[in-house]
Design a protein around this ligand. Structure first.
Ligand code: ZN
Length: 412
C-alpha cells in the first residue's frame, strides 16, 4: 500500500472511531451539549461539532432543548434518536421462525412467528423469506428507513461468508443462506449464530447492559453459550467458541451422542430435563403435572415443568433443583476459566425461577474458585423468547454503524 493510501485509511479509521465515541456518549449521556461531548471524547470542539452535524443530518441524533449557560450563550443539547431507523431480526428456532421489526433501542414494533415441522425437506429458508416479507409489509416506517436484516441461525456459522457451515438437526451443510435471502431482498443481510445473537441482544438491551465480561448460556433443544470478553464477542477463528454442551459434568451420567457419558447437554438441555421428569413421573412421583397430562406423560415439556416448579410443585422443584446442580457444575468451570462479571441464563428453564437459579448459584459458590466465584452474578435473561431475533437485529445495527458499540465491540 502506498504511503498516501495508508494515511487516508488511518484518517478514515480515526474519524470512524471518533464518530462511534460521540454517538456512544450521546446515547448514554444525552441530552448533552457539543462542548461537553468534545471534552468527554477528548476531541477539539471543531471535530465534535462536525461529527454531531453529520449525525444530525443522518437523523441518528436530534436537538433536544437548550442547556444551562456555562458563562456564554446557552448551548443546544442533542440526544440519540432510536426511532430514526428500523431493523429486522429473525431467529430460526427448532419448530418456529420468529421475526421482529425493531427500532434502534430494541423497542419492538412488530413480532411475527410461524411454526413449522422440523422434517428433512422442510423449506425453512422459504419460511424465513415469508416472515421478512410480512415484517416489511407491516413496517410503519418508510422502506428507506429499514437498514438491514439479521438472521440468527442454529449451528456453526461462517459470519463473514453468511454461510451455515453445519447445523446437525436441520441437516444443513455449507448452506449459503445469505445468498439465498439476497435473491429476495436488496438490503444488507447478516447471518449470526443463535447463541451469539442471544448474547448480543442481552448484552446491549437486556440483562448484560454496561457489563464487559459476560457469558450467556442458552438452554433449549441444545445447549450453547455466547461469550463476551473485555467488551468483545469472543468467536474463535472458526466461530466455534462457546460450545459448552460437552463439558463433562457426571462421568456416571447418561451416554451422549458425542460418545462420552454425562455431558452437560445430556443433563440440562430441554430434552434431557423432560426425560428425567418423565422417568420420575412414570415411577409414580406425585405432581400436578400428572393431573395436567393424565396418562400422556410423554408430552411433558420443559416449560410445563418450569411453570409447575414456579407454582411450588414439589416434584417439578426437585427436577429443576437437580438441573440447577448440574448446570452449576458446568457454569463453575466457565467461571474459573473466564472470570466473568455476569452469567446470564436463557431459555424456557428460567420460567422456573428460584428453584433453578438458587441451585445454580449455590453450586457455583461451592465449586468455583473463591475470587471469581465471589465476583460473578448469575441472572436470568430479560428479553424472553425474542432475544436471539433482537440480537440478530443488534448485529445489523453494529455492522451498519447506527448503534454505538460498547468498548472494543466496535471491532466485531
Ligand atoms: Zn457429549
Amino acid at each position: 500500500m502506498l504511503e498516501q493510501e495508508l494515511l487516508t485509511t488511518d484518517i478514515q479509521l480515526v474519524r470512524r472511531l471518533n464518530r462511534d465515541t460521540i454517538l456512544g456518549l450521546i446515547r448514554e449521556r444525552g441530552p448533552i451539549s457539543r462542548t461537553a461531548l468534545a471534552r468527554l471524547a477528548g476531541l477539539t470542539p471543531a471535530t465534535a461539532f462536525s461529527i454531531v452535524q453529520e449525525l444530525e443530518q443522518e437523523g441518528l441524533v436530534r436537538e433536544k432543548g437548550i442547556g444551562p449557560s456555562q458563562g456564554g450563550r446557552r448551548p443546544m443539547l442533542f440526544e440519540f434518536n432510536p426511532q430514526s431507523r428500523a431493523v429486522i431480526g429473525v431467529n430460526i428456532r427448532s419448530a418456529q421462525v420468529l421475526g421482529v421489526l425493531t427500532h434502534l433501542d430494541a423497542s419492538l414494533r412488530v413480532t411475527i412467528a410461524r411454526d413449522y415441522e422440523l422434517e428433512p425437506n422442510a423449506d425453512v429458508v422459504q419460511l424465513v423469506k415469508e416472515v421478512i416479507h410480512e415484517l416489511m409489509a407491516a413496517s410503519p416506517l418508510p422502506p428507506e428507513k429499514l437498514i438491514g436484516i439479521g438472521v440468527a441461525v442454529p449451528g456453526l456459522v461462517d459470519v463473514d461468508r453468511g454461510v451455515v457451515v453445519e447445523s446437525r438437526n436441520w441437516g444443513w451443510e455449507e448452506l449459503p443462506i445469505r445468498e439465498m435471502l439476497a435473491q429476495d431482498f436488496d438490503l444488507p443481510i447478516y447471518i449470526e449464530e443463535d447463541d451469539n445473537a442471544l448474547a448480543l441482544g442481552e448484552w446491549f438491551f437486556g440483562a448484560g447492559q454496561g457489563v464487559s465480561n459476560v457469558v450467556c448460556v442458552k438452554i433449549g433443544r441444545g445447549l450453547g453459550a455466547g461469550i463476551i470478553v473485555n467488551g468483545m464477542l469472543f468467536r474463535g477463528p472458526d466461530n466455534a467458541a462457546g460450545e459448552i454442551a460437552h463439558i463433562l459434568v457426571d462421568p456416571e451420567g447418561p451416554r451422549c451422542h458425542c460418545g462420552n457419558y454425562g455431558c452437560l447437554d445430556r443433563l440440562v438441555s430441554a430434552p434431557a430435563i423432560a426425560e428425567r421428569a418423565i422417568k420420575g413421573l412414570k415411577q409414580g412421583a406425585a405432581s400436578s403435572l400428572r393431573t395436567r397430562l393424565g396418562d400422556d406423560l410423554d408430552r411433558v415439556t420443559v416449560a410445563m415443568i418450569a411453570e409447575a416448579a414456579n407454582a411450588g410443585d414439589r416434584f417439578a422443584c426437585q427436577v429443576m433443583e437437580e438441573t440447577g446442580r448440574y448446570l452449576g457444575i458446568g457454569i463453575a468451570t466457565l467461571v474459573n476459566l473466564l472470570n466473568p462479571d455476569l452469567v446470564i441464563i436463557g431459555g424456557g428453564v428460567i420460567l422456573a425461577g428460584a428453584p433453578l437459579l438458587e441451585s445454580v448459584r449455590h453450586v457455583v459458590k461451592l465449586r468455583a474458585l473463591p475470587v471469581p466465584g465471589r465476583r460473578v452474578q448469575i441472572v436470568p435473561a430479560k428479553l424472553g423468547v425474542e432475544a436471539p431475533a433482537i440480537g440478530a437485529a443488534t448485529f445489523v445495527m453494529l455492522k451498519e454503524r447506527v448503534l454505538p458499540s460498547q468498548g472494543l465491540a466496535r471491532f466485531i
